[in-house]
Design a protein around this ligand. Structure first.
Ligand SMILES: CCCCCCCC/C=C\CCCCCCCC(=O)SCCNC(=O)CCNC(=O)[C@H](O)C(C)(C)COP(=O)(O)OP(=O)(O)OC[C@H]1O[C@@H](n2cnc3c(N)ncnc32)[C@H](O)[C@@H]1OP(=O)(O)O
Length: 222
């Protein structure tokens, strides 16, 4: 885990530098050569989609390469999710140029990614695992880059396999001024669909490992 985290941290610094650099073509080409060298090292042993990495724990919902929370992911901020004393889950993050949409502000699709994850995690935190069936966002104000943000997700109601969830993004210094407001419907797939989607998922040792049961523990910190 320490090595995965070390590489993820180094790669995040690299991709951040690569989108904010102002150096010339010579330096860019030299950096590209270094990047290709690192890629060759990593490509020596790869896993296919559907085989979880050894450090993942599908029962605890730990995913080290998640594009949102993964400590090993170059593109994840990465978020640390916590249980929110006000209910649901929350995370703090300061996002950089990698995620820029309008100059100086967060790409709207990135808000969608983050909200999808927060809402899904809020359902899991409440013991209600589901896949995103519907996600709706209202963009009330642009989300600034480079300032601390607070992201929240909470369950509104649950009926059978369907869970209605909501969430928000705000600047940490103005938490009541909601910049992005999200609502979503998460559905635990019926058994036939669970089978069809995940029957071939295995852990690193090749054992069948379907996604977590609705009552499983979560990766959310207490
Ligand atoms: C993802 C695997 C994860 C594995 C391990 C996880 C570790 C995670 C760790 C940490 C936190 C994670 C956080 C993750 C967040 C991100 C999650 C995603 O990105 S999920 C990918 C995108 N979503 C899809 O690809 C779904 C595609 N859609 C489908 O496959 C089906 O539509 C599905 C399974 C969602 C529902 O199919 P049915 O056949 O099981 O269920 P039916 O009978 O259609 O619906 C059940 C009820 O829900 C309502 N419903 C379904 N879809 C609806 C919709 N779009 N709008 C409104 N209502 C809907 C229906 O009307 C019905 O309600 P009535 O029982 O009649 O009252």
């Amino acid at each position: 885990m320490a090595a995965v985290t070390e590489l993820g941290t180094a790669l995040r610094a690299l991709v951040d530098a690569s989108v904010s650099t102002a150096v010339g073509p010579e330096e860019l080409r030299a950096a590209a050569a270094e990047a290709r060298r690192a890629t060759a090292l990593l490509e020596a042993d790869r896993r296919p989609p559907g085989r979880l990495p050894p450090l993942d724990d599908p029962v605890a919902f730990r995913r080290v390469y998640s594009p949102v929370t993964g400590v090993g992911s170059a593109v994840a901020p990465p978020l640390t999710l916590r249980g929110d004393p006000a209910g649901g889950v929350r995370a703090e993050a300061t996002l950089g140029l990698l995620y820029e949409g309008p100059p100086g502000y967060l790409h709207g699709g990135m808000s969608g990614l983050l909200m999808d994850h927060l809402l899904g995690a809020a359902a899991i935190h409440a013991g209600l695992w589901g896949m995103t069936a519907h996600l709706e966002l209202d963009y009330r104000g642009p989300v600034p880059l480079g300032v601390p943000l607070v992201l929240r997700g909470w369950v509104e109601r649950n009926a059978g396999r369907r869970t209605d969830v909501a969430g928000s993004i705000a600047a940490a210094d103005a938490p009541d001024r909601v910049l992005v407001q999200a609502t979503g419907i998460f559905v635990t797939p019926r058994a036939e669909k669970m089978d069809a989607y995940f029957a071939t998922v295995t852990d690193a040792a090749g054992r069948h490992t379907p996604p977590g049961r609705p009552t499983d523990a979560t990766a959310v910190q207490p």
